[in-house]
Design a protein around this ligand. Structure first.
Ligand SMILES: Cc1cc2nc3c(=O)[nH]c(=O)nc-3n(C[C@H](O)[C@H](O)[C@H](O)COP(=O)(O)O)c2cc1C
Length: 297
């Protein structure tokens, strides 16, 4: 058994990527039941009662292992959340957006395993030094929040990080099918984290409009939207395309705070749909089990 499968406790080395506040215990359980590692996205959720309910719902639906993502710098309740998760029997979590040193002593004290998500090689190496049991390395093609600086894509980043760390490496970004899964493994990753492809799945709680925006995206159809010092990879729609062509200052045109409303209502003029470059390869809305089975076939 690979080290990563030991850490995850799953059949397949595939992790469900967290997507903002978007959670559905049914989806987490569906991912687990298909042999992959389902995760709750707890990065921004501070309400312990709500988290407890979601954890209980996942446990009602599956007896397979599942985890949660914590965003280190974004959530003041991480210590209490970790205690709740450990009490519920969650054995492995992922961390992102912040320094692992701040939170790892607590995770270790609770006897849990942890993978850290890094967007660049030095950050992945630092996380391994800080005691991460694995690193999730997210290349420039990924969906989600990015830096505004220069970034490498996974073809470069994965082998770079594999040469730097002794813990399992998971590739996040640009993977939706068997070809991407095998390519990531050929580069040295033991597993993959899937964001956009699961976001557009049948079980995903994302709005139908959001899923259709992903399926409708073509080659070169995403851009990094600047958001006050950070950037979000988004799907270019008519309004965003026109703003880009006019040379407008995109930072002044959109507010991150509107993303949740826009994505749930399909009002992508308010804020464009989030999605990775891989959207161009996603051709339909499919059950997570089909996506996973194709990937490992
Ligand atoms: C709309 C969107 C929101 C995301 N939000 C988060 C988040 O809150 N925390 C996080 O660690 N990663 C987040 N991600 C990153 C995913 O978990 C995953 O690593 C990434 O999407 C992988 O790239 P892919 O989209 O090409 O599969 C987000 C991704 C997307 C598309």
């Amino acid at each position: 058994m690979s080290k990563l499968l030991e850490v995850l406790g799953t059949k397949h080395p595939i992790i469900q990527g967290p997507i903002g506040h978007l959670n559905d215990p049914k989806m987490v359980a569906a991912v687990c039941e298909a042999g992959a590692f389902g995760m709750l996205a707890l990065g921004f959720i501070t309400d312990l009662e709500k988290i407890g309910q979601m954890v209980a719902q996942v446990k009602d639906l599956t007896d397979k292992p599942f985890g949660a993502n914590l965003m280190i710098a974004m959530n003041p309740n991480n210590d209490a959340i970790l205690e709740l998760l450990a009490e519920a029997g969650v054995k492995t979590v992922t961390t992102s957006a912040g320094s692992p040193k701040k939170i790892y002593p607590k995770i270790k004290e609770l006897g849990m395993k942890v993978l850290h998500v890094g967007l660049a090689a030095p950050l992945a190496a630092k996380a391994a030094e800080a005691g991460a049991d694995g690193v999730v390395v997210s290349g420039a093609e990924s969906g989600g929040l990015r830096t505004t600086g220069p970034e490498s894509s996974n073809l470069i980043l994965i082998p770079l990080v594999c040469d730097m760390v002794d813990v399992p490496v998971v590739a996040a970004g640009g993977i939706a099918d068997r070809r991407g899964f095998q390519a990531a493994r050929a580069l040295g990753a033991e597993g993959v984290q899937i964001g956009t492809a699961f976001l557009a799945s049948e079980e995903s709680p994302a709005s139908q409009a959001w899923k259709e925006a992903i399926v409708g995206c073509s080659d070169g159809g995403t851009t990094l939207l600047p958001l006050g010092g950070m950037a979000m990879r988004t799907i270019i729609n008519k309004k965003l395309g026109e703003l880009m062509a006019s040379g407008a200052d995109l930072d002044k045109e959109y507010e991150m705070g509107n993303a949740g409303k826009a994505w749930s209502t399909g009002d992508f003029d308010l804020f464009p749909a989030g999605g990775g470059q891989i959207s161009a390869l996603i051709k339909g809305i499919r059950p997570v089990r089909d996506i996973i089975e194709d990937m490992v076939s």
